[in-house]
Design a protein around this ligand. Structure first.
Ligand code: UDP
Length: 237
C-alpha cells in the first residue's frame, strides 16, 4: 500500500492515509523531544531503529496472543498499521523505580519492585499529561470499565513477555509506556510504538542506560545507546 495524504504529524512520527480507510502508514522520524516538549533535538538513525525494533516486539507479542495494530513493515522507517482510535491514556508499567516515580515519591532509582506497578496519564499535551486513575477515566468517558480491565491485563501480560525477552538480551526492562487503540468493532489493540523512546532499558550487568534518558539528561552517547539496543535485538546489524 502507498502513502496518500498526511493525516497527522506528531513529535516522533507522521501518519499517512492509504487507499484503504482501515489502514494507515506510520513514518518514524529522527526528531526527539523531552521534558514536556521543552527539549528538542534529533537522534541520528532513531527513526529506523524505533520502527524496526517496535515491529519486532509487536510481532513477538502477536505470537503470544496480544492483539496489536501491526500489519507490515514497508521500509526501514515506514510501517502499515490498522487505523485505530487511540484511547487517550498513557499506560505506564514499572518494574524498577526510575524517572518521575523516583522523583514523585522521593526515592532513588533502581528499587526492584516485588510486583510491577501500573499507572495512567491522560494524553493531553496542553494539560501536560496529568496522572489519571481509572475512576477519572470512566467519569470522563475516556474508557469504559471493561476497556480498562482489558488494557490492564494486556499491559501486565506484555510486561511479562517483554521482561523475559529483554533479559535474554542482557537488558533489564525498567519501565515503559504503552498506548492502546480501538478497532472499528471496538476491539482493543496495542498501538503506538515500543522502543528506546518509550522504554527504560538498563544493561543487566552494569545498569548502563540504553534508552532516551541519555537524551533527556544530556548524558551523551545517545546514538550509541540506540545502536546498542538495535544490535542486541537484531544480532550484528
Ligand atoms: N514515557 C513515554 N512518554 C511519555 C512519558 C513517559 O514514553 O510521555 C515512558 C518513559 O520512556 C519511561 C516510562 O514511560 O520508560 C515512565 O516514564 P516516567 O513516568 O518516569 O516519566 P519521565 O521521567 O520519562 O518524564
Amino acid at each position: 500500500m502507498e502513502k496518500k495524504e498526511q493525516l497527522y504529524e506528531g513529535k516522533a512520527k507522521k501518519v499517512f492515509a492509504t487507499e484503504d480507510e482501515g489502514y494507515v502508514i506510520v513514518s518514524y522520524k529522527d526528531d526527539a523531544t523531552a521534558l514536556d516538549g521543552l527539549k528538542k533535538g534529533t537522534i541520528a538513525g532513531k527513526g529506523e531503529i524505533n520502527n524496526r525494533m517496535s515491529n519486532r516486539i509487536m510481532q513477538l507479542l502477536e505470537k503470544n496472543g496480544i492483539k496489536t495494530h501491526f500489519v507490515e513493515e514497508l521500509s526501514s522507517r515506514d510501517t502499515l498499521v490498522r487505523r485505530v482510535a487511540i484511547v487517550p491514556l498513557e499506560v505506564i508499567i514499572r518494574n524498577i523505580s526510575a524517572g518521575s516515580f523516583a522523583k514523585r515519591f522521593g526515592v532513588e532509582e533502581g528499587i526492584v519492585f516485588a510486583e510491577p506497578t501500573i499507572e495512567f496519564s491522560y494524553k493531553n499535551d496542553e494539560l501536560h499529561d496529568p496522572l489519571m486513575n481509572s475512576y477519572h477515566a470512566v467519569a470522563l468517558g475516556v474508557a469504559t470499565w471493561d476497556e480498562i480491565e482489558t488494557i490492564k491485563s494486556m499491559a501486565f501480560k506484555i510486561n511479562s513477555l517483554m521482561k523475559e525477552y529483554f533479559l535474554t538480551l542482557n537488558v533489564k526492562l525498567v519501565d515503559f509506556k504503552l498506548e492502546f487503540g480501538r478497532l472499528p468493532d471496538g476491539t482493543i489493540v496495542l498501538a503506538d510504538e515500543i522502543s528506546p523512546d518509550t522504554c527504560r532499558f538498563w544493561d543487566a550487568d552494569t545498569n548502563e542506560k540504553l534508552d532516551k534518558d541519555r537524551f533527556r539528561r544530556d548524558m551523551g552517547g545517545v546514538e550509541d545507546a540506540y545502536n546498542e539496543m538495535m544490535r542486541r535485538v537484531f544480532g550484528d546489524k
